[in-house]
Ligand binder design. Structure first.
Ligand SMILES: Cc1cc2nc3c(=O)[nH]c(=O)nc-3n(C[C@H](O)[C@H](O)[C@H](O)COP(=O)(O)O)c2cc1C
Length: 351
């Protein structure tokens, strides 16, 4: 049995929260909500199982925020109506009873929505993403560029969802600003809108800033994390044209706009980017403050390497926890770890 200090009872301070250790379950869409967006009855025991197995923080799967255009997947659970509050209360209570904390991840699908799912498909621009959707493999739909009025509706949707997250007992909120979904599409340098919401970094960051501000107002006291990835689901090799300068500017802007926690999710946390440091190191150096790093970590030793870097408060793992709810105990005892295989996310939550 290894004695890993970051797994000991020493609390990790993150956005003012005291956590039992420095390991988080990264957000993972499981697409098994009920047709009306309520979490299924298995959701509370599903997340509580991670807590029982000792993770400090759980970030939920992406939850949709409004019934207009925000849903990404069929059977995605949401926080889009007040009934959803009742659905999530038992989930947060079950996680708390096992001694862990849980954040709600809020998402707007943007142009990466499954076709036919929403009344409208809204994007930063009117251009479709290349390739096919993740859930059904359909061609990505062609969006219409959100009008300023629709952008205000989107912001109002996030604020209402944040208020519901607070009422449902969540310990924090994470904005899904990654992987090409709406917030990320606005941030990326492909957002060439000619109005105040596109073009310069200042304009491209406006939606993220307004969301941080309105979520803060709607859920006072809850820490807010911002999940950022460089890559998008439709473009895994995406890099901004200005590379390092762009990354530094985005991380600084997000902090200044009120992100308590930056969550940098990549595909390889430990791999340096072409500019010589990892993306998490860039975030820690350019925009100091609580930071979660994750993606591609597959052993306790790798977690420990990332946690030894200055400024990394926590590491987050997705696929290892999906395939092994008891990943921590297995890793500590040197027992075999089950490999994630694509499609595992569609298996029943408690399998
Ligand atoms: C099945 C599955 C579902 C995911 N769903 C989400 C999600 O809802 N929100 C999100 O921000 N990231 C999501 N991700 C990305 C993960 O949070 C994580 O960044 C990525 O899998 C890399 O981490 P890993 O190497 O530990 O798996 C998902 C990943 C997988 C494999």
């Amino acid at each position: 049995m290894q004695n890993n200090s970051y797994l000991s009872s020493a609390p990790a301070l993150l956005g003012g929260l005291s956590l039992r250790n420095r390991l988080a379950v990264a957000p993972m869409s499981r697409m098994q909500g009920q047709d009306d967006g309520l979490p299924s009855p298995d959701t509370a025991p599903y997340y509580a199982r991670y807590a029982r197995h000792g993770v400090g923080l759980i970030i939920t799967e992406a939850l949709y925020t409004d019934d207009i255009a925000s849903r990404a997947y069929f059977n995605q659970p949401g926080l889009a109506t007040d009934r959803h509050i009742e659905g999530w209360r038992p989930v947060t209570a079950a996680v708390h009873a096992e001694g862990s904390k849980i954040f709600a991840q809020l998402q707007h699908a943007g142009r990466l929505a499954e076709p036919g799912l929403n009344r409208l498909v809204l994007g930063a621009t009117g251009r479709a993403a290349t390739g096919t959707t993740w859930q059904t493999g359909a061609a990505n739909p062609t969006p219409t560029a959100a009008t300023e009025e629709q952008i205000e509706e989107i912001i109002a949707g996030f604020a209402a969802a944040a208020r519901r997250a607070l009422a449902a007992g969540f310990d924090g909120i994470e904005l899904h600003g990654a992987r090409g979904y709406l917030i990320h599409e606005f941030l990326n340098d492909g957002n060439d809108r000619g109005d105040a919401w596109g073009g310069s970094i200042e304009n491209r960051s406006r939606l993220a800033g307004r969301l941080l501000e309105s979520v803060r107002e709607a859920a006072p006291g809850l820490p807010i994390a911002f999940n950022y990835s460089m890559y998008a689901m439709d473009e895994y090799a995406y890099r901004p044209r200005a590379e390092l300068a762009e990354m530094e500017a985005i991380f600084r802007t997000l902090r200044q706009a009120g992100a308590d926690i930056l969550h940098v999710s990549t595909r390889r946390t430990l791999r340096p980017e072409p500019w010589g440091e990892t993306l998490a190191q860039t975030a820690a150096r350019s925009a100091p403050g609580p930071l979660i790093a994750g993606g591609g970590l597959s052993s306790l030793a790798e977690c420990e390497r990332a946690l030894a870097w200055p400024g990394i408060a926590m590491v987050a793992l997705a696929r290892p926890f999906l395939a092994n709810p008891d990943w921590i105990a297995r890793s500590q005892a040197g027992q075999p770890i089950r490999e994630y295989t694509p499609g595992m996310e569609r298996q029943p939550l408690l399998s």
